[in-house]
Design a protein around this ligand. Structure first.
Ligand SMILES: NC(=O)C1=CN([C@@H]2O[C@H](COP(=O)(O)OP(=O)(O)OC[C@H]3O[C@@H](n4cnc5c(N)ncnc54)[C@H](O)[C@@H]3O)[C@@H](O)[C@H]2O)C=CC1
Ligand SMILES: O=C([O-])CC(=O)C(=O)O
Length: 352
């Protein structure tokens, strides 16, 4: 390739990030190397400069399955992008700032991860975030429908129990809805459940797997302690303690942060765990099973979190709940009652 051609290509690549460096010969060489990593997936993070977005972006930059990483936010994305772009990992990072660059951020993406929106402060419920975050999710999903309708979407923004139905309605309206490709991220509930159960059992958390079903707020978070792997049993006191702690894990962090936000680092860890599973599914790996909040026929509700099998087209199989004990059956009824209202609220936001 001619030197002039290389310069032009690199300048085009860097422009959204750092226009004043256009034409630099050093950067020219950087772009040539960057092109070498093009065999993986293209991933966009929307809300990439936030408390979750930044560590999530760093962990995705380290993921060998990612070849291109687009970082979009309404503030500070150029700085985060410049910072991460110096990491000597394979993924090429590009930054996009503000609504006019949303379409460029999304075009050609295989996976879109959305942690954009406001977090809770002490005393708030996740539903208190609805008024601000519903509109943010709507706008971002309209962009997805237009620019990468076949991308898998991992929705993190709260209240997940309502934002996933909002996204579904936006995609339906655009004629691009594929229920398999829209996944509400509930992995942090599983991560917490594994940790807290391991503490009680005196095990390594990496050896523990707790299915957590329902939704992602308070009583809708339903850990199935009767299905823990490795098989084990709990006293009624342990069951109460664990269920309450898992259901209130988010609030525990909100209160400890005392007004400075909610879980960000553990959430970034959980989001990457889930995104990596989605990418391995896209690649065609067999037997990838994770819990997620998806369109579902497991209960009478249109959305519900259960274990799903991830594959080349997203959530290819939604698993049944399996046998529940009496404690879990009571919890399920409570979860469904609250979930029904949250789902309806999300749907009505778009269809009203
Ligand atoms: N699903 C889950 O398990 C969890 C969900 N969350 C939720 O994730 C969301 C983000 O939390 P944090 O990162 O702590 O908040 P944050 O306030 O630190 O970051 C949010 C980012 O979103 C950006 N943003 C706002 N409007 C935007 C728009 N229209 N387009 C693109 N970006 C936009 C902000 O500029 C900011 O950088 C919250 O809604 C929070 O409740 C948090 C923890 C766990
Ligand atoms: O509690 C919050 O507001 C954030 C969240 O969803 C979690 O940490 O599970």
């Amino acid at each position: 390739m001619e030197a002039n051609q290389r310069i032009t290509m690199i300048a085009a690549h860097l422009q959204p990030l750092n226009p004043q460096m256009e034409g630099s010969s050093v950067l020219r060489r950087a772009d040539c190397r960057a092109k070498g990593g093009s065999s993986g997936f293209k991933v966009a993070i929307l809300g990439a400069a936030g408390g979750i977005g930044q560590p999530l972006a760093m962990l995705m930059k380290m993921n060998p399955l990612v070849s291109v990483l687009h970082l979009y936010d309404v503030v500070n994305s150029p700085g985060v992008t410049a910072d991460l772009s110096h990491m000597d990992t394979g993924a090429v990072v590009r930054g996009f700032l503000g609504q006019p660059q949303l379409e460029s951020a999304l075009t050609g993406m295989d996976l879109v991860i959305i942690p954009a929106g406001v977090p809770r402060k002490p005393g708030m419920t996740r539903d208190d975030l609805f008024n601000i975050n519903a509109g943010i999710v709507k706008t971002l999903c309209e962009g997805v429908a237009k620019c990468c309708p076949n991308a898998i979407v991992n929705l993190i923004s709260n209240p997940v129990n309502s934002t996933v139905p909002i996204a579904a309605e936006v995609f339906k309206k655009a004629g691009t809805y594929d229920p398999k490709r829209l996944l509400g991220v509930t992995t942090l509930d599983v991560v917490r459940a594994n940790t807290f159960v391991a503490e009680v059992l005196g095990l390594d958390p990496r050896e523990v797997n707790v299915p957590v079903v329902g939704g992602h707020a308070g009583v809708t978070i339903l850990p199935l302690l009767s299905q823990v792997k490795p098989p084990c049993s709990f006293t009624p006191e342990e069951t109460n303690y664990l269920t309450n702690r898992i259901q209130n894990g988010g609030t525990e962090v909100v209160e400890a942060k005392a007004g400075a936000g909610s879980a960000t680092l553990s959430m970034a860890y959980a989001a990457v765990k889930f995104a990596d599973a989605c990418l391995r599914g896209l690649r065609g790996d067999a037997g990838i099973v994770e819990c997620a909040f998806v369109a579902s026929q497991v209960t009478e509700l249109p959305f519900f979190a259960t274990k799903v099998q991830l594959g080349r087209t997203g959530a290819e199989e939604v698993f049944q709940l399996g046998p529940l004990n009496e404690y879990e059956r009571v919890g399920l009824e409570k979860a469904k009652e609250e979930l029904a209202g949250s789902i309806q609220k999300g749907i009505a936001f778009i269809t009203k």
